[in-house]
Design a protein around this ligand. Structure first.
Ligand code: ATP
Ligand code: MG
Length: 771
């Protein structure tokens, strides 16, 4: 252990070896917070703390896995295995398997993923006869998710006039009923959604003091990484569990809080000292990750936030290159620049692809980057698309498995009752749902009693339904003796599913078939791993739990040496030698949706801080003069965040083939030329007025905004826009102006948009067309 402790600096050592009591480590990016947590766990074990008594909560399962691996290096494999480590969701799903029965859930409850939840909400909205254009499933889902994360149960909702009024204002007066129906249906299906995993854990710990005492006693040492991004529900769980022994260590950086939009509460970090007695507060100041230029740039950006804890971050690392800013004509050019630059750096410095990451604000930006990387044969992987386990063919197989374990699982049943096709139509399914709701039973129970009940289904179809029940029954019998792999293989063959996925014999079909095979391999690995652990127990249930909570960041498939493409949100906690942050444009980053209030804008700035601080050696920022968004070519302006970086840390790259002066050259400016062949002008001193000249769009392309190139929309709207006007916003679509308030640069308008309902926009930033 001594050897390992010597790998920490003094400031890091102190929290690592404070064995007992509450403590918080607040420190900037790259200062070793995660390293402290890791070493601290190893240290506790070296001091005789039983690994069963340690709980570590991380932001991704991948982070937990890496941490466990590192700890195993220090203390040995055997001991590290017993640590409880993972995301909030995965850890508490496990606890709910043991304890869910207190709340009326079976131990084999299903976890509904976002897709399942939204499907269920979709059918509830339909059954209630509501307008699906007003009650949009996604919005309804988000709304319910936010109630749950704030511990607003249905009962609490019905008593909360503020929430109800907000829903009425958004023209959704029946949210309460939907919420109630949704909760009832999940309960009846023996299913929990993602938010339930936290909400129900809270319910468990509050309503059952014995259970709470048992877990307080078990988790005597609790550690939480990325504490700044915990939501209220997570906060309460940590509080309750640590209340008895108060051996709680949280680490975080208020400047990296980027999930407020999903309910994360930065106050959790700010108030930690008030929540426990005698808290030791540790600060780490030395950044080990990045060069001086990157650390300097990041510090100068975050300075612009008003709400922040004062922190110092410095580094003893080399000066390094300045942060390079490049302006491109279009997103295609941007993609080509990034691909060429990666290629060039790779060759010049002999680096693997995995040293590079391209980060963006929204997933849709990946396409242009992908195209360019593909043309250059640079292997890449996009993180954040559909997880492997969410692909249709995989969900079809796992739906059978879910149904075998938990026949009450409504979404699984609906998915496979007629897949592969067995002549059971949608009308029949609808009638089954109505009957199940009427009897207060599950659909499977209705099926089991189909001959005894009065239901408008003909005998032919009834026989098919009975065959389906027999099929599932037979799988359940097999599950008593066979392992998960044998069972799954049997299911895919005997249902005809394996034939179905590739019945057309197309390349796409082949990919689906390969995926199913990959799933079988994964189950095999899982089963073998379990035998090794002498814990074959309920292998199928555990496997399905992993599947439900897997994100594609967890699954390291394919060529491991690839360039990583991901949103900045996904990149939290990670590090790469070279980082390209693309789309540095107003309305994109900061996002148009996040400029209504200072706090939203500050969250965007923190996001930029996170992005910059992922880079070890070099950061590139790119922006374009025009970009296709929502199917239209629009003018773009450089992000204010570029301006906010202190000049001394920045170098502006402007190709000698000035795109503005010679548009003919710009289209393929980096297409066939290596960047090394391009000479760069001397760094341009950036001044406010040195903004790029107005991009003139070709005649046939009409920019969306009338005012996008003038910085000041104020005058335009100050006197022209009026209540009752109809306007169009690139993102929210058409809307009616309900109210105008404020003066000069603070003029705000309340607009009821067709997408997203009523919004208050600062007109200075909102790009609106008056219709
Ligand atoms: P973030 O805020 O981005 O999550 P962090 O504070 O968790 O960052 P770490 O990821 O723990 O920082 O550390 C950043 C990098 O610095 C890692 O590569 C880590 O191994 C390295 N590092 C941390 N402390 C030391 C040290 N004392 N000596 C050498 N390297 C260190
Ligand atoms: Mg970290």
């Amino acid at each position: 252990m001594e050897k390992y402790l010597s790998q920490l600096n003094e400031a890091q050592l102190a929290p690592t070896i404070q064995k007992d009591g509450p403590m918080i480590v607040i420190a900037g990016a790259g200062s070793g917070k995660t390293r402290v947590l890791t070493y601290r766990i190893a240290y506790l074990m070296s001091q005789g703390v039983d690994s069963f008594n340690i709980l570590a909560l991380t932001f991704t399962n991948k982070a937990a896995k890496e941490m466990k691996g590192r700890i195993a290096d220090i203390v040995g494999d055997g001991e590290a295995k017993n640590l409880w480590m993972g995301t909030f969701h995965s850890v508490f799903a496990k606890i709910l398997r043991f304890e869910g029965h207190h709340l009326g859930f079976p131990s084999n409850f299903t976890i509904y993923d976002t897709q399942d939840s939204q499907k269920l909400l979709g059918s509830i909205i339909k059954e209630m006869g509501l307008d699906k254009d007003i009650y949009k499933t996604k919005q309804v889902y988000n709304r319910i998710s936010s109630y749950k994360n704030n511990l607003v149960t249905v009962k609490a909702y019905l008593k909360n006039s503020e929430l109800k009024e907000a829903d009425i204002a958004a023209r959704r007066p029946r949210m309460g009923e939907i919420y109630q129906n949704y909760v009832d249906r999940c309960f009846k299906a023996g299913a929990m959604d993602f938010d339930d995993l936290l909400l129900r854990t809270n319910e468990l710990l509050t309503r059952f003091p014995n259970v709470l005492a048992q877990y307080q006693n078990k988790f005597r040492y609790i550690l939480v990484d990325e504490y700044q991004d915990t939501n209220h529900s997570q906060y309460l769980i940590v509080r309750a569990l640590s209340d008895r022994f108060q051996n709680i260590c949280v680490v975080g950086d208020d400047a990296q809080s980027i999930y407020a939009f999903r309910g994360a509460n930065i106050n959790n970090i700010l108030n930690f000292q008030k929540d426990y007695d005698d808290v030791n507060v540790y600060r780490l100041e030395q950044n080990y990750r990045s060069t001086k230029n990157i650390v300097g740039a990041a510090n100068s950006v975050i300075e612009h936030n008003k709400t922040k804890l004062d922190k110092i971050v410095w580094t003893a690392n080399t000066e390094g290159e300045k942060v390079k800013v490049n302006r491109l004509m279009t997103d295609g050019d941007e993609g080509r620049f990034v691909a060429s630059s990666i290629f060039e750096n790779k060759m010049q410095h002999q680096l693997p692809n995995s040293d590079f990451a391209v980060l963006y604000r929204t997933n849709s930006q990946s396409r242009a980057i992908e195209d360019a990387l593909r043309k250059r044969d640079v292997p890449y992987r996009i993180y954040g698309g559909l997880s492997f386990y969410q692909r249709k063919e995989i969900k079809d197989v796992t739906a059978y498995l879910r149904l075998i374990l938990n026949p009450a699982d409504e979404e699984a049943l609906k998915r496979v009752i007629n897949y592969p096709a067995r002549g059971i139509g949608q009308t029949t399914v609808d009638r089954l749902v109505v009957a199940a709701n009427g009897f207060g039973r599950t659909i499977f129970e209705v099926l089991q009693n189909i001959d005894k009940i009065d239901i408008n289904i003909n005998n032919g179809t009834k026989n098919k339904l009975k065959d389906f029940v027999t099929l599932i029954d037979s799988f359940q019998v097999m599950n008593q003796t066979a392992n998960a792999f044998e069972l799954t293989e049997h299911v895919t063959k005997s249902t005809g599913l394996i034939r179905e996925v590739n019945k057309e014999g197309t390349p796409e079909g082949q990919v689906r078939l390969d995926n199913v095979e990959e799933l079988l391999n994964a189950i095999k690995d899982f089963v073998e791993g379990q035998i090794e652990l002498a814990d074959a127990g309920d292998s199928l249930a555990e496997f399905l739990e992993d599947v439900a909570l897997a994100t594609d960041l967890d699954a390291d498939k394919g060529n491991p040496d690839h360039v990583a493409l991901m949103t900045i949100h996904m990149a939290k906690g990670l590090e790469f030698s070279y980082v390209y942050i693309v789309g540095m444009e107003e309305d994109l980053f900061p996002s148009a949706m996040s400029m209504n209030t200072r706090s939203e804008l500050e969250e965007e700035r923190r996001l930029f801080y996170v992005a910059l601080t992922r880079a070890e050696k070099q950061a590139y920022l790119t922006y374009t003069l025009s970009r296709y968004r929502w199917g239209k070519l629009i003018d773009a302006e450089p992000s204010r965040f570029i301006e906010e970086i202190d000049d001394q840390f920045v170098e502006v790259l402007t190709p000698i083939n000035e795109p503005r002066q010679n548009p003919m050259l710009s289209a393929d400016i980096f297409g066939d030329i290596e960047p090394s062949q391009i000479r760069f002008k001397k760094p341009i001193k950036r001044k406010k007025e040195a903004k790029p000249a107005k991009f003139v769009a070709p005649k046939n392309l009409k920019p969306v905004s009338k005012s996008s190139n003038t910085n000041d929309n104020t005058n335009l709207f100050d006197d022209k826009l009026a209540v009752g006007n109809f306007v169009e916003h690139a993102r929210f679509g058409k809307g009616e102006v309900l109210k105008i308030e404020g003066k000069g640069p603070d003029v705000k308008a309340e607009i009821n948009f067709e997408v997203g309902g009523v919004k208050k926009l600062l007109l200075r930033f909102a790009k609106l067309d008056v219709l």
